[in-house]
Write a protein that binds this ligand. Structure first.
Ligand code: ZN
Length: 272
């Protein structure tokens, strides 16, 4: 089976500070190496268990974090931005499953570096009444293509948020959140061992995992962090202002939902 792997950085073992996700400082250079090594561990476990191909999508910030020269030679890499479907760019119906590596809890929740897509823009994101972190949002996108999420890795709060919606996915906890910017983490070497074995188990059990589906039609609610940001988002003709800081969109497919989240996120740069 073909595996799609989306890689973020906030949920990587040893990462606790926003600086570790921001290019231009030494801590970022170390964190991106840790991120790449975790991705490699998951790739290795997936191939050991019979995966036929792995497509990796760099899903954090500039989306040029993973070090291509260190990537497992059997995988292919999508990097850069902007790109269609953003964190799940490249996913198609013929994939057998998705891994979400280095993910994190959603905006407004407990968890290491919790946010949803853009901490400057979003206070909360909900879809059809379900509070959505990135794993849920994109997991529902994958579900709309009939593809299940097989594995999630990050802090204990990510696992707790995802457990009710992805009950059969492997949930790899590499750190316990002690705050939004503090954690007790396993050693990176240990995290890679955990990921390798969970990846293998996820591939072996893939046939038993149901896709996560939020049924259409979609009612997307974006709670912005300021009234000014909501003023800005409200200039999108199909956006509906439902409260001073809240914008709603109606959509018939998950690609449009993902599109609106990322459109408002990109637009918010105007007010930074
Ligand atoms: Zn990120």
């Amino acid at each position: 089976m073909k595996l799609f792997l989306s890689a973020d950085i906030e949920g990587v073992a040893g990462v606790v500070s926003p600086l570790q996700g921001q290019p231009g400082n030494p801590e970022y250079e170390r964190a991106r190496q840790l991120m790449t090594e975790e991705v490699n561990a998951a790739i290795d476990g997936a191939f050991a268990a019979g995966a036929s191909a792995v497509l990796v999508n760099d899903s954090h910030g500039p989306m040029t974090n993973l070090l291509p020269e260190l990537l497992d030679a059997r995988a292919e890499l999508i990097s850069g931005r902007p790109k269609p479907a953003n964190m799940f760019c490249g996913l198609k119906e013929d994939y057998g499953g998705v891994f979400c590596l280095g993910y994190h809890a959603g905006a407004g929740g407990y968890g290491v570096l919790s946010h949803t897509t853009n901490s400057f823009a979003f206070h909360a994101v909900s879809l059809n009444g379900i509070a959505c972190n990135e794993a849920l949002l994109y997991g529902a996108y994958a579900g709309s293509l009939g593809v299940p999420v097989l594995l999630l890795s990050g802090c204990d709060r990510l696992a707790a948020e995802c457990a009710p919606h992805f009950p059969s996915a492997q949930r790899v906890v590499v750190k316990q959140a002690l705050g939004q910017r503090a954690a007790r983490s396993v050693a990176p070497q240990r995290a890679r061992q955990l990921l390798r074995s969970a990846a293998a188990a996820a591939i072996v059990g893939a046939g038993t995992v149901a896709p996560f589906v939020i049924p259409a039609p979609y009612h997307l609610v974006l709670d912005l962090t300021s009234v000014a940001l909501a003023d800005l988002a409200a200039t999108i003709p199909v956006a509906r202002r439902t409260a001073p800081r809240t914008i709603a969109f109606e959509a018939s497919d998950m690609a449009a939902v993902i599109g609106w989240v990322n459109t408002v996120s990109a637009l918010s740069a105007l007010l930074r």
